[in-house]
Ligand binder design. Structure first.
Ligand code: HEC
Length: 277
């Protein structure tokens, strides 16, 4: 019975799964009916329910059975796009800097971790909420604004829609951890701008990290050179610390002694990431 009905049934099941996921904020655990039952009603045993409550109990059980049993049984793969070949490569570049074990958000670095989120992932990228940039585009010249290309969005959403298949393990690229770690403050040369500062030695700024900005901050960071020219660095808008990441300039900005770097208005602090001299 793998006809049209089972396609929509599988879709419904996936949609319901997604809702549960959002409620629980973590993937549903494996478990049999009794475990599930204990989960919902820890103080009541199923056999001890009253006759009125039993049908509802059974309905719950059936729903859960549907969620756990029917989905894999009718897993419908309608796409050639796979995790190992296409999707993981995009995720490792664009998502896992935050979405990794112990990262600022839940782990999306393996198929097993990412698969249950397929629907939510599709939604977030189609709405362009993920990956979050956190600054006004066009103010400052950055290597990448982190945004997914149209092609990347199409790949990920077709993958999610087509059953989110895993693919051939041999094609999985090596996961090299988070790209951001080597640049985190403390490891390279850096300079903290606490409101404003005037350079006492020349610097080459490769990027910056807003690790001292408060929630909701809107502020521009600029550099005023001694010759009077002004270089826009970055413009934070309603800053959200949970989306903290580093920003890298397309080309490093060189500033001479006497350059004044300041935030307008002066709220919190920003760390400049410097090249070694
Ligand atoms: C700069 C860090 C960062 C990057 C990069 C990032 N995310 Fe997120 N993401 C977060 C945080 C933090 C949350 C938690 C959301 C919140 O608290 O508002 C989140 C939430 C999500 C959610 C759950 C939304 C929900 O509440 O249902 C999905 C799905 C998601 N991200 C997918 C992605 C994908 C896919 C990528 C890459 C294309 C990505 N994210 C890149 C930080 C990031």
């Amino acid at each position: 019975m793998c006809g049209r009905e089972s396609v929509s049934a599988a879709k419904t099941v996936h949609a319901s799964l997604d809702i549960l996921m959002r409620l629980w904020r973590h993937p549903p655990s494996e478990g049999d009916f009794q475990d599930r039952w204990r989960h919902f009603a820890p103080t009541k045993s199923f056999s001890g329910l009253t006759t009125q409550a039993k049908p509802i109990g059974w309905l719950l059980m059936l729903l859960l059975a549907g969620l756990e049993g029917a989905a894999p049984a009718h897993e419908l793969i309608t796409t050639k796009i796979t995790w190992t070949r296409e999707v993981s490569r995009i995720f490792f570049r664009r998502c896992t800097s935050c979405h990794h074990q112990d990262g600022s958000s839940f782990d999306l670095s393996t198929y097993e971790k990412a698969r249950p989120w397929a629907e939510a992932i599709k939604e977030e990228i189609l709405e362009r909420r993920m990956p979050p940039w956190g600054a006004v585009k066009g103010f400052g010249d950055f290597q990448s604004d982190g945004a997914l290309s149209e092609a990347e969005i199409a790949i990920i959403s077709s993958w999610a829609e087509g059953g989110a298949p895993k693919g051939d393990l041999a094609l999985l690229p090596e996961y090299s951890g988070t790209r951001e770690e080597p640049e985190a403050p403390g490891t390279g040369r850096s300079l903290v701008v606490n409101g404003h500062l005037t350079l006492k030695s020349p610097v080459s700024v490769k990027g910056l990290r807003p690790d001292g900005l408060p929630e909701g901050a809107t502020s521009r960071l600029i550099a005023e050179r001694p010759d009077g020219t002004v270089e826009p660095l970055i413009w934070f808008y309603k800053y959200a610390p949970r989306f903290l990441h580093s920003y890298y300039f397309k080309t490093a900005l060189k500033f001479s002694v006497g350059t004044r770097i300041r935030m307008q208005p002066e709220i919190g602090s920003v760390t400049l990431l410097l090249n070694q001299r």
